[in-house]
Design a protein around this ligand. Structure first.
Ligand code: FRU
Length: 440
């Protein structure tokens, strides 16, 4: 497939479709030794319109094989976002000869309303059948709103039932079902918009101390408890990621219990036959911080295989670091890990051709324009793991305590290249890695 994925603005270690528009990841599920990535897709144009579900599979979360379109628009509407699960207990009655059905729950969008539907596959997501029971939820009237969409479905083991989290008007609702076809409304949490998620995670890896995480499309989340029907938040909302990321979803049925997320990168791809991209798969964990448990987000360990160490330096002045980085100014695929200490500066950072990749203001606790309070305020250090891939940049701060992504703007008139700035900062660590293409 290499000849098809070799355009000049094609990200080299992120998933993009061969042609057409993509947005939200949908139906993330691991099954039968394959990771499935479905996604919002307009197969015909570079613009958002005429939603289908595209489909790709992977053995390692890194190298993806694009498959034919999975869901097509029908009489109920176009195919908006949703999720996938495997019906091991044959609750919906679709299983055949010991083959468990893959079920997708999605929204059909038409001019009047958005309704929730299901479809099943007995061939590992290659083809789907839509049941005549659709729609399984039609809630416009109840909410007096057209905005009812993006079902995330998972099996709730303690109660032996299905749970659906659904965006309805001003927040996320919870529905339950025993057969995926009849759904009971249970509860609602306000303060979220689009693409709901709900899952539990151990705190600091301790399986007997867990919390539930609810999040929405924008990267804000709440921590709380969940009894199978009601999510009760402990407190308010936090933000774990921002920038170009939107509508992230996590995998159902991960074989090793990890909570792995893929987000849509709202990145423009000028002049390309495709548009939009998926960001790196990341592992979500809960860790105790000075402010209580918080969500951490780092690229999955599988991504390490893509990067080859090229240089490592320690304890440099910013001038020295800038001279050493000159040789990489023209590289468009690179990973950079750095830790710098502000010392006498109240703000400092790293630019690329004038674009602020890292911009940390210790005085106002701001990182690239967003409030950020490091765990250790006395060290005056900040670390960043930076992934540059032609059209986009992803940054993971302080081991995943916070992350963000942005469009790469390579064509500024500013010729400074990589440039650390800030009064007398110390570059304690600087590592540069080359990147392997996933398309070769
Ligand atoms: C989020 C979203 C979803 C919707 C889909 C349509 O980006 O607006 O709420 O289902 O995109 O493409």
């Amino acid at each position: 497939q290499d000849s098809l994925y070799n355009e000049s603005n094609r990200p080299q270690f992120h998933f993009t479709s061969q042609r057409g528009w993509i947005n939200d990841p949908n139906g993330l599920v691991y099954h039968d030794e394959e990771y499935h990535l479905f996604y919002q897709h307009n197969p015909y144009e570079r613009e958002w319109e005429n939603m289908h579900w595209g489909h790709a599979v992977s053995k390692d979360l890194i190298h993806w094989q694009e498959l034919p379109t999975a869901l097509f628009p029908d009489h109920l509407g176009t195919m908006f976002s949703g999720s996938a699960a495997i019906d091991y207990n044959n609750t919906a009655g679709y299983n055949q000869g010991g083959v468990p059905a893959m079920i997708v729950a999605y929204t059909a969008d038409n001019a009047e309303k958005q309704v929730q539907c299901i479809a099943y596959s007995l061939d590992n997501g290659r083809t789907f059948t839509k049941d005549e029971v659709n729609p399984v939820i039609d809630s416009k009237h109840k909410w007096k709103s057209k905005d009812t969409r993006d079902p995330k479905v998972f099996w709730y083991k303690p109660g032996s039932h299905w749970v659906m989290v659904l965006n309805e008007r001003d927040g996320h609702s919870i529905y339950t079902s025993t057969n995926l076809k009849e759904w009971n409304y249970e509860s609602h949490v306000t303060g979220f918009w689009e693409c709901p998620e709900l899952f539990d995670l151990p705190i600091d890896g301790n399986p007997s101390n867990t919390k539930w995480v609810m999040y929405g499309a924008s990267g804000t989340y709440m921590l709380g408890s969940f009894d199978g029907k009601v999510f009760r938040p402990d407190a308010g909302k936090y933000q774990y990621t921002t920038g170009s990321i939107y509508a992230a979803q996590t995998f159902n049925n991960m074989p090793d219990g990890r909570r792995v997320q893929i987000g849509w990168g709202r990145i423009d791809h000028p002049g390309m036959p495709f548009n939009g991209m998926m960001l790196l798969p990341t592992e979500l964990t809960l860790r105790t911080t000075k402010d209580g448990p918080r969500l951490f987000n780092v690229p999955v360990k599988e991504t390490e295989r893509l990067f080859m160490p090229m240089q490592q330096w320690r304890n440099l002045t910013s001038d020295k670091a800038n001279r050493l980085m000159d040789q990489f100014d023209d590289a468009d695929c690179l990973r950079i890990k750095t830790t710098f200490k502000l010392s006498h500066a109240t703000n400092a950072g790293l630019n690329l051709f004038g674009q602020r990749i890292v911009d940390y203001d210790l005085n106002y606790n701001m990182l690239n324009g967003v409030f950020y309070s490091p765990e250790d305020m006395t060290s005056m250090e900040i670390s960043a793991d930076i992934y540059i891939d032609r059209t986009n940049i992803e940054v993971f701060i302080d081991g995943g305590a916070y992350s963000y992504s942005m469009q790469r703007t390579p064509d500024g008139n500013n010729k400074e290249g990589f440039h650390f700035w800030g009064n007398n900062i110390e570059v304690k660590n600087l590592e540069v890695f080359g990147a392997k293409s996933i398309w070769k």
